[in-house]
Design a protein around this ligand. Structure first.
Ligand SMILES: O=P(O)(O)OC[C@H]1O[C@H](O)[C@H](O)[C@@H](O)[C@@H]1O
Length: 528
């Protein structure tokens, strides 16, 4: 296509949302009209599925749950007046709590103000809050946020060491929808011990964000924590940024959560339109479907040209991959669906892996995110008439062009600024695109059966560790790995036992390994 035809195609396909100032350009995806035509019946079904879901249908059949994240930003859509009231009330409670914390009306026992927040959570209970903090937290927030999103002892130490002198003024959010996920539970117990070590009464610093009556909720109630905010079973972890999961940490940092909700609501309205060309989420789903033949054959590379959007690709990784990465479709047929997502930011990544994107294996499509406003003050000139923002803008256009010339497709999303409304809108845009795409490929976007296998296997390893340690403590003499396995009654688990013992040995946990560490079969193991 020559430049003139491309410019025409750009204009033909350009989507613009006036209220949000958001543009979506899918013109550099090489679908043709026949392809679009062929997908229209599938889109009709997808729009109908979405309408059902928003009305409160059981959209997650496996878990028999409604899927209601859209109600969070438009409570009037909730299927019952009770739910509407609950959503409205929770938001008011969150705002009132954040204000009291910021003004010092709620303060820690030994300080007049809270200065910091530790947010403990993983997956959907971390990625949204982390993305939003990076995107929207003011340079000098009323409370500075720190995240513990793993069971890594050194990672936990790093946060606790940084806060060593501020623990007495640090609020702790423990976020877990289920209230039973091991990583946040571990983080909570370690942080609690650290508070006890500083003679601080943890309950006076702790806030639980979890489903009513979960294990976490019960602990928080029994110990009389500072506050508890509900999470609903009809909000999935990866779509929970606009629930108390995302709103509490955001509000504490002084982020305008109402504006975030408004942006999402406006986008929800726009993505409810049953007309492909006038629905930005449908256009995204169309582009994804085209690119990967409806089978995820191409990866989604997300490149925001703005530092504050760095974590958007990480956020999208869970939203897209946990939603779409499914073995079975809704009819039980094996389909191995999904779309892989990765990316960091432009132009930084142009100096890392864009070489492969331009010339290497063509197994991806790019999504470039452009922000029109460079900064909130005039920019100095780097060269006559040119600012660093001009460079960034030029790098984006240049990459888009260079990729296209080499038959690499791209989508461009353009927003006027990074602010609570546009961030809310971006989240809502991708949530809806995922929902529509899931319908196009006939899968359940709202469960995650595959995650359980890893959790169960990990639990079995911990169980094995307990048995192995018990065996060693009874033994007088050193044993080979095979002997340990036999005595533990699991002769086929030698490799797992070896790895458990090597880890315990490395951490001086009462186990001694003798022999050649490079030759596991030579090892003799005993309790120290
Ligand atoms: O919020 P939680 O219940 O602790 O869950 C945290 C995360 O863990 C799970 O393994 C799920 O796969 C995620 O969807 C979820 O966001």
């Amino acid at each position: 296509m020559d430049a003139k035809a491309l410019w025409q195609r750009y204009q033909n396909w350009l989507y613009f949302h006036e209220g949000l100032g958001l543009y979506l350009d899918v013109s550099r995806m090489r679908f043709d009209d026949a392809f679009v035509e062929s997908l229209l019946p599938k889109f009709d079904k997808a729009f109908a599925d979405m309408a059902e879901l928003e009305k409160g249908a059981i959209a997650n059949p496996d878990e028999n749950r409604m899927v209601g994240h859209y109600w969070l930003r438009n409570p009037d859509l909730a299927p019952t007046p009770e739910l509407t009231q609950e959503i409205v009330q929770t938001l008011e409670n969150i705002e009132a709590f954040a204000e009291k914390v910021q003004t010092g009306a709620i303060h820690p026992p030994k300080a007049s103000r809270f200065t910091d927040v530790i947010s403990i959570g993983i997956g959907g209970s971390a990625l949204g809050p982390q993305f939003v903090a990076e995107a929207l937290s003011p340079d000098f927030p009323p409370l500075k946020i720190h995240f513990i999103d793993n069971s890594d002892p050194a990672g936990i130490d790093r946060i606790l060491n940084h806060l060593r002198n501020n623990l007495a003024s640090t609020l702790v959010l423990v976020i877990s929808k289920s209230g039973g996920t091991p990583e946040p539970r571990n983080g909570m117990i370690e942080v609690k011990k650290a508070y006890a070590g500083h003679n601080l009464d943890f309950a006076k610093y702790a806030v639980a964000i979890t489903s009513v009556d979960s294990n976490l909720d019960k602990v928080a109630q029994a110990e009389g924590w500072l506050a508890r905010f509900p999470m609903y079973d009809w909000v999935g972890g990866r779509t929970s940024e606009m629930s108390s999961v995302g709103l509490v940490p955001a509000a504490l940092q002084g982020i305008d959560v109402r504006a975030m909700l408004d942006g999402a609501k406006e986008m929800d309205d726009a993505t409810r339109v049953r007309d492909l060309k006038n629905n930005p989420a449908a256009l995204l789903a169309l582009a994804w479907y085209f690119s990967g033949n409806g089978r995820g054959e191409k990866d989604m590379v997300v490149l925001p040209y703005k530092d504050s959007l760095l974590l958007f690709s990480r956020y999208l990784q869970q939203l897209v991959m946990e939603s779409l990465g499914k073995e079975k479709d809704l009819d039980g047929k094996t389909v191995y669906q999904g779309i892989a997502v990765y990316g960091n930011k432009g132009s930084t990544d142009q100096h890392a892996y864009v070489q492969q994107l331009r010339e290497g294996v063509p197994n991806f499509f790019a999504t470039l995110i452009e922000v029109l406003e460079d900064r909130n003050r005039p920019s100095p000139e780097i060269e006559p008439g040119v600012t660093s923002g001009d460079f960034l803008s030029g790098f984006l256009q240049g990459t888009r062009q260079a990729l296209y010339e080499n038959h690499r497709d791209s989508i461009t999303v353009t927003i006027p600024q990074v602010n609570p409304r546009t961030v809310g809108a971006l989240i809502a845009l991708y949530e809806r695109a995922v929902g529509l795409y899931a319908s196009l490929v006939n899968i359940n976007a709202y469960h995650q059966p595959g995650v359980e296998a890893g959790k169960k296997a990990a639990a079995a390893i911990l169980d094995l560790q307990t048995r192995v340690v018990a065996v060693l403590q009874k033994e007088k003499t050193a044993l080979s790995l095979e002997e340990v396995a036999e005595k533990a009654g699991v002769a086929d688990q030698v490799e797992a036992i070896y790895k458990i013992l090597r880890h315990l040995y490395a951490n001086h946990r009462g186990v001694v390994l003798q022999g050649d560490l490079g030759q596991p079969s030579s090892l003799k193991v005993s309790a120290s």
